[in-house]
Write a protein that binds this ligand. Structure first.
Ligand SMILES: [Zn+2]
Length: 276
């Protein structure tokens, strides 16, 4: 009797298992499906968000980089100083750096995408192409925007847009000065050796001192990258070509002069030999 009860219990247990397990399975697959759908929706949403996610101006970031490259890096290289990643001026903190380095300027009206080799008539079309096709290559993990430093770095001075003479705003000037000084402190800590101290001072003179409404001081007082290249090269080549030409003319002139004197002598000798 006990055996048959045990058998019944076992049968009931098995039956319960059969009834419950598939339900659990289906519920889990349903759960998975829901999860999948949720994930897809999330990823689509993320993708949609992505296009609006980058609130960082490529143009102003480019201007900021131009300022750094032209008015800061020559001095940093001179001092053989290594800017750390902690410093916002480090190339790694420019989300557009990789894309900008993949721009190939073939000719005046020919820009090429370094990733897929597609050609464009103007830089702005290549920028659009980067935004549409290669947005996944933007370095947004750090979520740092170089354009945010434009106030401190005087980006307007290197941008093509015409400068509008606006009345100096003391609050904005003070804000920019504060940002500028914090950059100097983070990038070139005074306790990091003599090179860092020199660069700290230079940064203040070059970028921060001019953030004032009292006027007088201009940014980039220490100058920028020396533009020796083409102009000086042309002058040197011209000089090298003109010097031998000058000596050639002088030599020929001297030869003519000598020939003239010899002719005169010959004539005078002939006149002397003639009987008077
Ligand atoms: Zn491309």
């Amino acid at each position: 009797m006990g055996k048959s009860i045990d058998f019944c219990h076992l049968l009931l247990l098995l039956l319960l298992c059969f009834l419950v397990l598939p339900q659990q399975g289906s519920s889990s697959s349903l759960f998975d499906r829901n999860k999948d759908t949720e994930e897809t929706v999330a990823s689509i949403k993320q993708e949609q968000d992505h296009s609006h996610e980058v609130h960082c101006s490529r143009e102003r970031s480019r201007a900021a980089w131009k300022v750094i490259e032209e008015y800061l890096m020559p001095f940093v290289e001179q001092e053989k100083y290594q800017i750390t990643r902690k410093c916002l001026l480090h190339a790694e903190n420019d989300m557009f750096r990789d894309q900008e380095q993949h721009k190939v300027h073939m000719d005046i009206n020919d820009w090429q995408c370094g990733y897929c080799k597609k050609s464009f008539r103007a830089e702005k079309f290549l920028d659009q192409h980067f935004d549409n096709r290669h947005y996944n290559l933007l370095n947004i993990s750090q979520s740092k925007c170089l354009a945010d430093l434009c106030g401190a770095l005087h980006c307007d001075l290197v941008m093509d847009s015409k400068l509008r003479k606006t009345k100096c705003n003391p609050a904005a000037a003070s804000r920019n000065r504060h940002l500028c000084e914090s950059l100097a402190n983070n990038c070139f800590p005074s306790n990091a050796g003599p090179s860092a101290s020199h660069l700290h001072e230079l940064f203040l003179r070059q970028f921060c001192d001019s953030h004032t409404c009292t006027g007088g001081k201009k940014p980039f007082s220490r100058g920028g990258k020396k533009r020796t290249s083409i102009f000086y090269l042309a002058i040197s080549i011209l000089t090298l070509m003109l010097v031998p030409l000058f000596y050639c003319i002088v030599y020929l002139h001297q030869m003519d002069k000598r020939k003239g004197v010899q002719d005169l002598r010959r004539i005078s000798n002939r006149n002397k030999s003639k009987p008077s």
